[in-house]
Design a protein around this ligand. Sequence first.
Ligand code: LLP
Length: 440
Amino acid sequence: MVLYPHFDINGQGHLTVGGLDTVKLAAEFGTPVNILDENYIRSQIRLYKACAAQYFGADALPLFASKALCCAEIYRIAADEGMGIDCVSPGELYIAGRVGFPAQRIYFHGNNKTDADLAMALDMGVGTFVVDNHEELSSLGELANARGMRARILLRITPGIDPHTHKAISTGGIDSKFGSAIGTGQAEQIVVSALNTPGIDLQGLHCHIGSQIFDAQPFVDAAEIMVAFMADMIRKHRAPLTELNLGGGLGVRYTEEQSTLDIDGTMKTIAAKVRELCRANEIEMPRVILEPGRSLVAAAGVTLYTVGSVKEIPGFKNYVSVDGGMADNPRYALYQSPYTALIANKADRPADFCATVAGRCCESGDLLGEGMLLQCPERGDILAMLVTGAYQHSMASNYNKLPRPPLVMIKDGEARVVVRRETYEDLMAYDVTDPVFSTR
Ligand code: LLP
């Protein structure tokens, strides 16, 4: 086993995922390629659902934060497993709608939804809007009213928590661009406005403190602040708040050195605290919604690249360049996110070559990792990056006009393409210039 039970090394010394040989997968589907283990995703979904029901109650609903991985197939799996989803853009809503995801189970997020986005969501029958600000509140109220509807909403609240994660993915602080802070009095103001806005049906509150968090304490702290605020708003303003969405953010292990945040234990701890706080504040236990993204899909993924050049700069460092990079995975360039990499066709050999793994973009920051220990890399080898199922496919770009890699889903020993590789022709699909102008 390498990091997770579904990553292993077979008798030929090749890395396997879900029992399939990654060297064969690379040969069959080409590189770069993102492989996802469907059984792992489904087992994580079931774990979240079971824990939510056991600790928070039968009406608790985990939503898949689809920003972590958005494609038709993942919505099909989420629908099949009876999950809800969190969508954060009209594009995500559109795809969910196209595959027939039950609209009632969609929560629509975003700190700057346009009127067109709100209208689209209302017309689709989206179940719940997580309203970020006053402008959105009044636009949504007007649009819902004009349709003879009342929009079911939660208000996004910033509890003022520092979850000790990378600052780019920390969102619960008072100075966050998201939501309204309790500490400044703005959260209370927006609750009062929501109660007085026609077309708005205020049902509860939402917070999300950040991502890749390894400790249960910040979640407990956030729950404590949110329940106290909820009780306060119920008492002071008779706000009919019955739903509490605690967001996502549970950390995932990308390297041997990182710890694992036990989902069951964390849920149990948070739920016990929420119950205790509700009792202490004399309010009913709310319906609890959770929004995991990364912890459902990250460890399902492995990305396979082909090694091109191996450049040793004596006294400095060794570059191993692969046929992908920051265009298909910008996470190292953006957050210096650590990963585990290995040479898939030599996975049983000693990992004693210290490498800076570089991509093929024309940019020195185009790295996938530094100080990575690899098994004697040579041109033509397959380099596997593990735990790439979250925020990789969804954050990929066409920088340097590189076609985006496909998504291949594996399940019970079978592999199928669920998002095909982009072609060069795809790269021209939006150009309106006549492609033959230069030959005239
Ligand atoms: N709910 C809300 C409102 C969120 O903003 C997020 C993530 C989630 C749920 C899911 O959080 P998760 O369980 O995945 O940690 N691109 C960054 C991560 C950005 C997270 C944004 N919000 C990365 O690659 O690490």
